[in-house]
Design a protein. Sequence first.
Length: 290
Amino acid sequence: MTPATYSGTAEALHRSARMRFAEAGLPTPDLDASLLLEFAAGITVLSRMREPDLPVGSKAAMGFEVCVARRLRREPVHRIIGQREFYGLPLGLNKETLVPRPDTETLVDLVMPLVESTVAGNAVCRILDIGTGSGAIALALLANVQGAVAVGSDISRGALTIAERNAAQLGLGDRFEAVVSNWFENISGTFDLIVSNPPYIRSGEIAALDPDVRDYDPLAALDGGGDGLNAYGVLAARAAAHLTDNGAVAVEIGHDQKRDVLTLFEAAGMRKSGEKCDFSGHDRALIFVK
């Protein structure tokens, strides 16, 4: 059917989209169709199950078809929707932010005890989230630890606009400050925790990435240089100067980068104090102290 005549019941629209997604080789056709139908027509999975013959108006059906066409071009579902949940928080997105991924929740899990213990001892924990993007890491920590405050820095003003909006909508705006900065360039003061999910994909591997990532995530948030380690070199060399005496720096890493990242931080006089694997059992997050 053409978009002009694309209409029908909720179940029929879902089934058509699911089949086209499957034929295109998309990995989660049923989920994608369900999320987009809810976004475009307000029809949840539960309501579709209860009333499969629920009619969908032509305007909503055409909006759904537009979303389906975008997904068939491999635009990620959450970019189409404009939102992704991270650590239980709904976060708005734009073209200058990464889509937050479940693997990054591993980094939040790793540092949460430090944030909690720092607040318990000092009544506050100052956090710097470098390359904050949508604000995902910083806001997850603020939402779960009342005494924490955070600076989210990013080279992209557009990303920071979204981070500030997310903070405000989550009621965390009074504890979150956005700063445009290339690494530590515009950062002042010291922090109890510096945290970052930096770009760590090797430049030569970018072209082979899944199109959902390669064609839609900002390149600056992906490309870690020839060996994928450029960001870690900067963080290892400069983080200590912005840490309190008992402060720590924690980073997300690629699954095969643990040894190289350890070497960089140890050469800068820092000691690993913790690590955590992701849900697939891969090395994913490291934390260091002076």
